[in-house]
Design a protein around this ligand. Structure first.
Ligand SMILES: Cc1cc2nc3c(=O)[nH]c(=O)nc-3n(C[C@H](O)[C@H](O)[C@H](O)COP(=O)(O)OP(=O)(O)OC[C@H]3O[C@@H](n4cnc5c(N)ncnc54)[C@H](O)[C@@H]3O)c2cc1C
Length: 393
């Protein structure tokens, strides 16, 4: 039997931060993880450079069935607080577009920093530890029965993350624990994930794999203007990943492949100046030739501008600037960066992350129904929510 004040299940981003915060308060903290190494997703994040936060973080950067829930934690442990820790550890970082902060060298710097802080806070870490069951004892304590030991504690912080990337240790344990204690779990799906195409579109766009263009993609609720990348399976790139957070299966999206110009007016102007140019040659000034060939019927693309009517220009503008795309689906959890849905925010205190109906039981990080956009927002949520739980556990 191993006793602790606080047991943290999951030694990822949020669990490490929660353990550090609780340990610094003098609590006896123990972390367990079924993986053989802690913080695997931190190491994978930001292409190995860890986009650990963003200069500007607010509720609008998150998707949740309760859009206000994240505000408290984000305002109590801010990007500035995390940055101060990074600077204290003299980790080199850089700011990229849209306020995204990345390590200059490696994501390993962030993980090493957190492991160092957790050692200093006296946190114990047991890896390769599989939870068999979690029970509440008659005395109001919790007992966690694992393959290697039984742990007893007064608080449990569930920081088991989402379902994305099973190869990095993802599991549904956190949701199961919530359900066991009668805490609702909102439906889950893959987020920040590439779209796959319907069979017809897949064939039509098969030759475009590797092509990237600046594009705008949207639906009635959201729109994003960033790069769009054609892949062997469908479409990806930042614009698509962001949009996947706001997409419902079966929904048709619109894509503007030339978001910088008013295409109809541009075509009319070019017709006046270069009447003998073909439409294909003209559009290839602004789009890769292969993309033009895939988007427009050849009998239209091969025509000289002087032979095209204004109605036909409008058709071309619609094909390229309001391209309706109905994805076949997404690539799913295998490649998703986050999991949408999760433990229902309404069942938790936004200040402490404690389950309202189960004193001593906390949920933090991605297991909660909060998903951030691309740009360091998911890790900031992991840090903020973990820190808050660590103040009260
Ligand atoms: C490829 C990739 C790149 C990303 N890049 C970024 C980025 O640059 N910036 C950003 O903000 N976000 C990024 N994210 C998202 C971010 O990594 C996660 O949102 C964040 O790690 C969530 O933190 P967490 O602590 O809730 O979960 P995790 O970091 O996933 O940690 C969960 C921990 O729980 C453990 N666990 C799971 N099940 C069990 C179980 N049954 N028993 C015991 N332990 C268990 C896991 O082994 C893991 O250690 C990326 C995600 C991916 C997949």
């Amino acid at each position: 039997m191993n006793d602790a004040d606080v047991m943290v299940i999951g030694a990822g981003a949020s669990g490490l931060m929660a353990a550090i915060a609780a340990g610094k308060r003098g609590r006896r903290v123990r972390m367990i993880d079924h993986a053989s190494r802690p913080g695997q997703k931190i190491l994978m994040s930001g292409g190995g450079r860890c986009n650990f936060t963003n200069r500007t973080v607010s509720a609008e950067h998150y998707v949740s069935s309760n859009p206000h829930f994240c505000k408290s934690a984000l305002s109590r442990y801010t990007p500035g607080d995390f940055l101060a820790l990074v600077e204290q550890h003299r980790i080199a970082y850089e700011e990229r577009a849209h306020g995204q902060l990345f390590c200059v060298h490696s994501a390993r710097d962030i993980l090493d920093m957190l492991l160092c802080e957790s050692r200093q806070a006296g946190v114990l870490l047991d890896l390769d530890t599989h939870v068999e069951r979690l029970e509440r004892t008659d005395t109001g304590h919790f007992q966690i029965v694992c393959n290697r030991a039984i742990y007893r504690c007064s608080s449990v912080i569930v920081a088991t993350g989402g379902l994305s990337v099973p190869a990095a240790g993802a599991s549904a344990l956190g949701y199961r624990i919530a359900e066991q204690f009668g805490i609702p779990v909102r439906p889950r799906s893959a987020g920040l994930v590439p779209f796959t195409l319907q069979p017809g579109d897949k064939e039509r766009f098969a030759t475009l794999a590797g092509i990237a263009v600046e594009a705008e993609i949207g639906n009635a609720r959201q729109r994003f203007r960033e790069n769009l990348l054609f892949t062997h399976r469908g479409v990806s790139g930042p614009a698509v990943l962001q949009m996947s957070l706001y997409w419902e299966p079966g929904e048709t999206l619109w894509i503007n492949l030339l978001p910088r110009i008013e295409l109809f007016a541009w075509l009319r102007e070019k017709q006046r100046v270069h009447p003998r140019r073909t439409l294909k040659a003209l559009l290839s000034e602004r789009l890769p030739q292969r993309l033009v060939a895939a988007m427009l019927p050849s009998e239209m693309a091969d025509r000289r501008l002087q032979t095209l009517s204004h109605a036909q220009f409008r058709e071309v503008a619609a094909m390229l600037q309001q391209w309706p795309l109905k994805p076949g689906g997404t690539e799913g959890y295998r490649t998703a960066e986050v999991t949408l849905g999760g433990v229902d925010c309404d069942a938790l205190s936004s200040k402490t992350m404690q389950a309202r109906a189960v004193p001593g039981l906390f949920f933090t990080g991605e297991v909660v129904d909060i998903s951030g956009r691309l740009g360091g927002y998911n890790l900031q949520w992991a840090w903020s929510s973990g820190w808050c739980a660590g103040q009260f556990a």
